[in-house]
Design a protein around this ligand. Structure first.
Ligand code: NAP
Length: 492
């Protein structure tokens, strides 16, 4: 049976676009990119709250093969990322493959026809190869606070920002102090009459060495691309050192980790006058247990007379405000949920995927351990590339992960072609070896040697395993992705 498409990719963010670029380079053009949102860009389309910017310098947070010399700042604002996504889609001729507003509900491998059947809201598509690029941080988490349905004011989750909402004259509340809230809180504090920040777990925040990139420097980047490559190399090396020595080799390099925590504490001390507030904003877990963030304005916002920090837990929501466990009531007109994303319950995978012999990927991961060979393929799931898999996220910039996976696809599809085969499936042996290797590598990390008990970090899953990050340097990830043994797969 001839399938509808050679490849269906789910997700038109940077992961899905990277996969499509690689497939087109391999000569595969019959690709459908299905996207549930109404435009491309993934995270950078969905998120448009005030203050949104990258927290990895833009020279690194972009495809290495498609540098953008015109980033306006070292850390570009979110809107430039969305423009960059548009540019990439145009340049690599991806838009004609994209179908927006298409929600994938399930996907099932048909072993007799050797193809995938992908069920969307509007019917079934068949394809030879199926690529999921649905993101890690794509299923918003909306806590079920008692009484929240009775709230009479406005509730806004940061992923569904209401651009016209002014906040002027309002009493605003923000729940959450993750990376999103750290960017948003200084902005809302400027606009609202009163702002109460509900913090459950403080976050490590280090200074952001951000500045505008002068037009002269942009011109040099454009005319002599080598200069931007050097800038990328320097920045990527710094991030790599932070990740490898601060997080992955915590056991051997504790002083590096302690130094990062000291920098964050000094930053807090320099910015917040009140000692009790400083104490409340100081994490009790080790640096790196959860993703730290960068900001020059977050801490100092708590000095403002219209801003208060609330650390007592939320007991219930009433029509006009929030009641905390210590009995205090905070009156609220607009409630902002900066409560992040659900990774481990409703993601992994983002919808039901049924492989060979009826194996349900989500159930199999939960009943066994979360696992994927090289963070991309799974035994009993032929012709599936699951880009947002356990142990796939390598380094701090998501683009390292994407480009590693593009290398993996190049080698895998090259081998399929060489053998004249159309189906691949990773062997259980190769998968087991990879899982043993990452498990072993993680033993030195801050996750298993540091004090992470109070971090409530999304790096950890429901089994208590830090199964998100690939525990090796990005250089070794890239090397392994391009040189994995081809007999890790069965071909037919
Ligand atoms: P997050 O890090 O998961 O933070 C969610 C916040 O909501 C946490 O402070 C959490 O507290 C709080 N929360 C959740 N449920 C709660 C409840 N029931 N009661 C009270 N508080 C609750 O999510 P995020 O801030 O959206 O960031 C997610 C990731 O997105 C970041 O780590 C980063 O990787 C990425 N990001 C990147 C950028 C960028 O600049 N590129 C910007 C924003 C986000 P607990 O910690 O106690 O659970």
């Amino acid at each position: 049976m001839r399938p509808d498409h050679d490849v269906v990719i789910v997700g038109a963010g940077f992961g899905g676009m990277g996969a499509a670029i690689e497939l087109k380079r391999l000569g595969i053009d019959d690709i459908a990119i299905l996207e549930r949102e109404d435009d491309l860009g993934g995270t950078w389309h969905v998120n448009h709250y005030p203050g949104l910017a990258v927290d990895i310098a833009s020279v690194t947070y972009s495809y290495s093969f498609e540098p953008n010399p015109y980033w306006s700042r070292l850390f570009a604002p979110g809107v430039e990322l969305k423009q960059y996504a548009e540019h990439v889609a145009d340049k690599y001729d991806l838009k004609r493959h994209m179908e927006f507003g298409t929600v994938v509900r399930t996907a099932e491998w048909d072993d007799s026809e050797q193809l995938w059947r992908v069920t969307t809201g509007s019917g079934v598509r068949t394809c030879r190869y199926f690529v999921t690029a649905t993101g890690f941080l794509s299923q918003p988490h909306t806590p079920d606070f008692p009484g929240i349905d009775s709230f009479a004011g406005t509730i806004i989750h940061t992923t569904a920002w209401e651009d016209g909402h002014e906040f002027a004259g309002e009493r605003a509340a923000i729940i959450g102090t993750g990376a999103t809230a750290v960017q948003l809180i200084p902005e809302i504090a400027e606009r609202a009459d009163e702002l109460t920040v509900f913090q459950r777990t403080p976050i490590w925040v280090v200074p952001k060495l951000d500045f505008a990139i002068p037009p002269g420097a942009q011109k040099i980047f454009a005319r002599v691309p080598f200069t931007q490559r050097i800038a990328r190399m320097v920045n990527t090396s710094l991030l790599e050192a932070l990740m490898v020595f601060g997080v992955l080799h915590f056991r051997q390099a504790k002083p590096g980790n302690r130094l990062a925590a000291l920098v964050a504490k000094a930053h807090l001390r320099a910015q917040v006058r009140d000692r009790a507030t400083r104490r409340a904003l100081t994490p009790s877990y080790d640096f790196g247990c959860k993703r730290p963030t960068f900001s020059n304005t977050y801490f100092r916002t708590f000095n403002k007379p219209n801003v208060s920090l609330q650390t007592s837990s939320i007991e219930r929501v009433e029509p006009d405000g929030i009641v905390t466990a210590d009995g205090e009531k905070v009156l609220v007109d607009t409630l902002v949920l900066a409560t992040g994303f659900n990774l481990w319950d409703v993601n992994f995978p983002a919808f039901q995927i049924i492989g060979r012999d009826g194996r349900d990927l989500g159930k199999w991961w939960r009943d066994n351990r979360f696992q994927a060979y090289e963070g991309i393929t799974v035994p009993a799931f032929p012709n599936l590339l699951s880009l947002n898999s356990p142990y796939s996220y390598s380094g701090l910039s998501y683009f390292t992960t994407i480009e590693g996976q593009m290398k993996h696809m190049r080698r895998l599809f090259g081998e399929l072609k060489r053998r004249g085969a159309t189906t691949f499936e990773v062997t259980t042996d190769a998968n087991d070896r990879f899982l043993a290797e990452v498990t072993d590598n993680l033993q030195s990390s801050v996750f298993y040697n540091g004090n992470c008990a109070s971090a409530r970090s999304y790096y950890f899953n429901q089994h208590g395993e830090a199964a998100l990050l690939r525990p090796n340097s990005t250089l070794s990830t890239l090397r392994q992705m391009e040189r994995f043994p081809v007999d890790a797969y069965r071909y037919s």
